[in-house]
Design a protein around this ligand. Sequence first.
Ligand code: ADP
Length: 280
Amino acid sequence: MARVLRVARSSSLFSFGSRSYSAEASHVSSPPPPFLGARRGFTKERNVQWVFLGCPGVGKGTYASRLSSLLGVPHIATGDLVRDALASSGPLSQQLSEIVNQGKLVSDEIIVNLLSKRLEAGEAKGESGFILDGFPRTMRQAEILGDVTDIDLVVNLKLPEEVLVDKCLGRRTCNQCGKGFNIAHINLKGENGKPGISMDPLLPPPQCMSKLITRADDTEEVVKARLRIYNETSQPLEEYYRSKGKLMEFDLPGGIPESWPRLLEALRLDDYEEKQSAAA
Ligand code: ADP
């Protein structure tokens, strides 16, 4: 990405190159490129700039990470940036652990600062484009993002609320290779015209089995708090991006085997994956 988000130390002013953003003002970004543009923003000039929205546990990380490998753009999850900051020693870590372990949102200022540093480090390595996962999460964050760059597409992943808690509680990460798994068996029966949904667990290979860890904030109480906060604070973003013609709603039909090909189809990337594997 040519331009980098930068946060000023002052509490209300975020700046970006020569442009600045006042937290009080609600700037609206310039008109978006056509929603169904060639590869949804994927052009020779620059890589995609996409955002993944969705409740905790819906699978934003899984699909954003697969797409980032396919398209050769970084997958930037602000939750990972927060966890990295938590793992480091220092006053920020202590401040964050209290917030995160209650399922609350970190302040816009801290999160924009973490993201800005991550984008700067990526730019220095020659990265371009991104798939953002977990950002923006408040209207203020969306306005800041819209003021500094053009987002091509916002993918809103959806699953029935009933399965989200089980999916969060089933999440596991291998503390050696860093890969994510899920031990939950989801089998929700269809009701009142709504289709049922079943998802097989995504089990780790034998070498990871003894190294699985669970996120400290994936307890039932904290997951429920995160879902409530998502509905209150982040759901308005769906309307915001819908009104800009950038929102693509995607109801996950099941686990990865059913959902991945359908998602590629919806993104018009189904033939892209074949071409990439043929070229490899
Ligand atoms: P989730 O499973 O809830 O989507 P994430 O891994 O995205 O979890 O985020 C974990 C925690 O990190 C959140 O509960 C929140 O405390 C913090 N966090 C991540 N992204 C943001 C953001 N954009 N704004 C504020 N807080 C954030």
